[in-house]
Design a protein around this ligand. Structure first.
Ligand SMILES: [Zn+2]
Ligand SMILES: [Zn+2]
Length: 276
């Protein structure tokens, strides 16, 4: 049995006409897991044939704005598109429940309009939020998901996730630099999806706020190191910083191929990678 991974959004905080914000769909055993909910996630989800009522759970790697800008759209979509009450499970690092409470407060006027307008709608959205700091966060239907703390300091807390199904393993590394938690998640993984940064390119942009991003993202080489050390089969680049100029994809892959001997996938929106 395979796990399918679709990169819904491969962008970063910088807007791009071609790259939606960070979000990754993982399909295993007939279940649909959405990791992060960046800009335009609902559009890319629709392109993948999935609508919010079909999500098994949303799992957040961290609370940086680019990863949660459209969480409100998922909460509203789940609510209004489900014919029956269909609470949305949301798992994330400590602090997630506070963010969801604030989103629900922001949506209060809209929730009021819809409750007043629709005769058959009697209750507002009811996301079920679980703040976690690691361990097994999902174990049903033959799918097990394990979370571990990652290193994206000074952003804390942050999580990476390992999805296991019938011997197949996918890791969502999230933002961050190599660390023991990430190594544990990645051990023997079939597919490892990692946010990456090209330090050589970022250094050419003389803007301190941009240079600061080097400290807390894996470079292409660091991601390759983690993948090689863990015995990963396929390394998938997402959330590339800066957004790759067309025609430069082979450069990114070559930098990693010097270090990592497995398959390297340069992600664009809606790339799907399978464990087998
Ligand atoms: Zn990010
Ligand atoms: Zn981040």
């Amino acid at each position: 049995m395979t796990i399918d991974v679709t990169l819904l959004g491969t962008g970063s905080p910088l807007p791009s006409p071609d790259r939606a914000g960070p979000a990754t769909l993982v399909r295993a055993g007939g279940l649909n897991f959405l990791f992060d909910t960046g800009r335009a996630v609902n559009m890319r989800l629709a392109a993948s044939g999935v609508v919010p009522p079909m999500l098994t759970a949303i799992l957040l790697t961290h609370l940086h704005s680019d990863h949660i800008t459209d969480l409100n759209d998922m909460i509203t979509g789940r609510w209004v598109m489900s014919p029956e009450p269909n609470p949305l499970p949301i798992t994330g690092p400590v602090g997630t429940s506070g963010v969801v409470d604030a989103i629900l407060a922001m949506l209060e006027p809209d929730i009021g309009y819809r409750l007043a307008h629709h005769e058959d709608l009697n209750v507002g959205p009811e996301p079920v939020v679980t703040d976690v700091d690691g361990g097994v966060v999902f174990d049903q239907g033959g799918v097990r998901i394990v979370a571990a703390a990652t290193d994206h300091r000074p952003v804390e807390p942050t999580l990476g996730y390992r999805v296991e199904h019938d011997g197949a393993v996918v890791v969502i590394g999230g933002d961050g630099v190599p660390c023991a938690g990430l190594d544990e998640l990645c051990a023997g993984a079939d597919v490892y999806v990692q946010t990456v940064l090209r330090e050589d390119l970022v250094r050419q942009i003389p803007f301190q706020r941009f240079l600061d991003t080097i400290d807390y993202h894996s470079t292409v080489q660091q991601a390759a190191d983690t993948a090689q050390r863990a015995g990963v089969k396929k390394l998938v680049f997402t959330h590339q910083v800066p957004a790759p100029a067309p025609g430069t994809e082979a450069e990114w892959i070559a930098l990693a191929a010097d270090i990592f001997s497995g398959e390297i996938v340069m992600g664009i929106d809606l790339t799907t990678v399978s464990t087998a």
